[in-house]
Structures are given as structure tokens and as C-alpha cells.
Design a protein around this ligand. Sequence first.
Ligand SMILES: [Zn+2]
Length: 249
Amino acid sequence: MLHRIEGIVIRSMDYGESNKIITLFTRDVGKVGVMVRGAKKMNSRHSAIAQLFTHGEFVFFKAGNQLGTLNHADIISSHHRLRADFLLTAYSAYMAEMVDRILTDNEPNPFIYEQLIAAYDGIEDGKDSQIITHLFEMKMLIQAGYAPNFNECASCGADTNHPQLHIQLGGILCVNCTMKYPQALSITEGLLKLLRLLARVDLNRLGKVEVKPETKLLLKQVMRSFLDTHIGIQWRSQHVMDQMEKYGF
Ligand SMILES: [Zn+2]
């Protein structure tokens, strides 16, 4: 059966002498594997299409559960910038890996699809790539069923603005409950506001946000704790990302 589907390349690996197998994340059918013949050859018309982060309309044959075979593709955006800069590549690869490892194959998820496209387009347009990545992490956390609560106390349910976080309980704690949980984490009011924004805002609507470097550092630690605690996947791309940040790429 011939399919014509909009999608984005989230994984690309060599196969044999000249071919590649790509994983497409599509709006309509979720993740799907497709063989791209000749993609490893420099001058092949398929080599650009098979690159990571390429967003396009892909036409491929696929029978049942078998691997698809690419016929041709029209590129919507090659997301060139995402591959030209080490740090941007690391952030983009991490988001692709989250989609690859958290979402189920052949199951559409139009919301996350839209968020990923918006994330890549935003980075391509020069928006803050770290904030975009944390916003995407938040959307994946919510999607996986672990939506943090930043408005009510995670222990007693009272409305609170108390900047005290309990990762395992999945949210903030009120003044009274803070005393019951010595392992709670003190955060700043600025970070609490930012976390609320990330939980609420759609990536398509993310405007310009000014975030202090120390708040960003704390945000990174908090988001990582949430993902480690509730999703518990060792990300292959995280090590690269950490090294890049450390050495100031
Ligand atoms: Zn409470």
C-alpha cells in the first residue's frame, strides 16, 4: 500500500552498503520505520531526505507490519541549523529520543507531533533552545501520565504558592506539609513561575522568555529529577548534551 504522510525523521541508521533505515514520526500514524535505498550515497536524491530532523511529506510503500520502502519525499524544512551546531544537535537529538522511547509505535499522537515540529522550528528560528527542550520535556512528562501540579499542594491539595517541590509526590507543597517532608526541595519563586508557564504553554505559543542563568540551571536539575523519578530512562543523548553545556559549545 502506498502512503503519503507528513512526518519528521527522528532516527536514521546505516543499513548495508548504501541504504538507511529511518524512523519517521508522523502526524497520522505515529512512528513508522522506512528503508531509504541509496541514502548513503553522497549524490543520491535520497541522502538529504534521510537526515535527522528533516520534516517533509514522505511517500512510501508498506505492507502490514513490514518495514516501509521510501518512494520519494518533498522536504518542508530540512532543519539545517539543528545539524550545523553541536549543542542544537544534542538538544534536538534528545527530543527525538524522547519521542522514540516514550511513545508507542504506530500510534498517532498529533499533539506531541505538533509540539516537536514547533520545537524544531523554534530552534531553527533562533529561540532559546534550552527553554524549548525543557518545555518539550514537560509536555512528554504530562503525556506519559505524570503531570506535575504546581498550583495545589501535592500532599493535602490546598492552593499554595509556596516554592517547595516534592519530586516523588509530583508537585509543590504548602507551608504546613513542607514540615512533614524533609526531602522536599526549596526552589525560587522565579522557578515556580517558570514551571507553571512550562506546564501551561503550548510550544507553538512560546514567546520570548527571559530566564536568568541560575534559574535555567535549577530548571534543568528539576526537570531531570522529574524524568528520572517518573520515567526512569537512561537517555543516550543526555551525556553528549551535558558535555556540550559543560564546555560551553
Ligand atoms: Zn499541604
